[in-house]
Design a protein. Structure first.
Length: 59
């Protein structure tokens, strides 16, 4: 098995800063194995009005 990747604090800060510039709501994970994952935040569902709610309730 290979050696785990190591990052300096400055490298992680740069990665986080770049991700936040693209998507301020991004989810950023840094794993022990040395992987940095940048995931899109869950999209917000638009508020449903009464008419849409009525149509969604129909079978």
């Amino acid at each position: 098995m290979g050696r785990a990747a190591t990052f300096t604090e400055a490298q992680v800060r740069r990665a986080v800063k770049a991700a936040r510039e693209v998507d301020p709501m991004a989810i950023i994970e840094v794993t022990r194995s040395g992987t940095i994952r940048i995931l899109q935040a869950e999209p917000k569902r638009p508020a449903q009005n009464e008419v849409d709610g009525w149509f969604d309730g129909q079978d």
